[in-house]
Design a protein around this ligand. Structure first.
Ligand code: FAD
Length: 293
């Protein structure tokens, strides 16, 4: 049984489907989380998607990344980190840009190929009791408020950063010391801004480091450091967001899709397995802004 059908749970369910393992996926939400999160994955991820037979379905949703430029506060080049556009030993390109909800939808649709894999949305798992022969999984069906339970041989917690499965394993987290607030702004362009370019750009301004990422379609992202004395709510207000973006873009160019402050962590679960309970994905490790890469 898998708790959570984010990108990791949905990928694992496809892998288990491929292996012929009878699998139940319980997911709290009704549908894919619609806002952008991850924007980049690498050749190893694509190799996994190829293994589960979904690479061709994913390709129309990705663009190749030419690499990353590091500029100083005056806009001068510090480092040109262009990425090779040739195939790696994985048989794929090094760097892909994507929109996470698009990818998750492909992974979820892929589950329909496996008659022995069942996905149940709106099921909130709240208790796991394991014994020598299996795990009793209790959940609430949020569509009607009833409680249910199933018995599973093993439970994999693909249930994200606040993992319930991790709590039942009793694992603490090793803190690698990175905890930074970044304002993440996703915009949808209303007119061509080819001058923004296809490279990701690290603006290495010591006063306020920032990152630009070209997304798929009309999506463009800026991630901007939140200063220690700034309030997370205030800095995400539209007037402040446009002020911070004014060096690059104005409201005439784009609409804001989402602006929110995220605190990125670098933490690893001390235990990835406790008996019949296992962890995968953000439940096991979180790295600042690029765990798939
Ligand atoms: C702004 C931002 C930018 C990012 N950029 C990148 C990037 O460029 N590259 C990259 O690799 N990563 C990036 N990430 C991280 C990436 O989004 C996550 O690593 C990824 O979503 C983790 O996938 P997951 O399946 O482990 O967990 P999640 O995506 O968190 O999915 C967990 C699922 O479990 C469900 N769930 C939780 N608890 C229960 C329960 N008790 N019962 C039932 N269901 C439950 C949740 O509803 C959810 O659907 C970014 C994240 C953010 C926020």
């Amino acid at each position: 049984m898998i708790v959570g059908r984010g990108p990791v749970g949905a990928t694992l369910a496809n892998l288990l489907g491929l292996c012929g393992v009878r699998t139940l996926v319980l997911e709290r939400e009704a549908r894919t989380y619609h806002l952008p999160r991850a924007v980049h994955f690498d050749d190893e991820c694509m190799r996994v998607f190829q293994t589960i037979g979904l690479a061709n379905a994913i390709l129309p949703h990705v663009i190749l990344s030419p690499g990353m430029l590091f500029l100083d506060a005056g806009g001068r080049m510090l480092l040109d980190w262009s990425r090779p556009q040739t195939l790696t030993p994985m048989g794929w390109n090094l760097s892909y840009r994507f929109h996470q909800p698009d990818l998750e939808d492909v992974l979820i649709h892929g589950l329909a190929r496996w008659p022995h894999v069942t996905l149940r949305n709106r099921c909130d798992v709240f208790a796991l009791d394991q014994d020598e022969t299996g795990v009793r999984v209790r959940y609430e069906d949020l569509s009607n408020g009833t409680l249910g339970e199933v018995r599973a041989g093993y439970v994999v917690g693909c249930d994200g950063a606040r993992s319930l499965v991790r709590r039942f394993i009793g694992s603490g987290m090793d803190d690698l010391g990175f905890h930074e607030r970044w304002l993440v702004i996703d915009v949808l362009l209303k007119r061509d801004r080819d001058d923004l370019g296809d490279y990701s750009i690290q603006h290495c301004d010591p006063r306020r480091p920032a990152t630009y990422v070209r997304g798929t379609g009309t999506r463009r992202r800026w991630e901007i450091t939140v200063l220690p004395d700034e309030d997370s709510q205030d800095v995400a207000q539209p007037a402040k967001v446009w002020e911070l973006l004014s060096r690059w873009i104005t409201p005439d160019d784009a609409d804001i899709e989402r602006a929110a402050v995220y605190t990125f962590h670098s933490v690893i679960a001390q235990q990835w397995r406790g008996g019949r309970l296992l962890l995968a994905g953000d439940s096991a490790h979180q790295t600042p802004r690029s765990p798939w890469c």
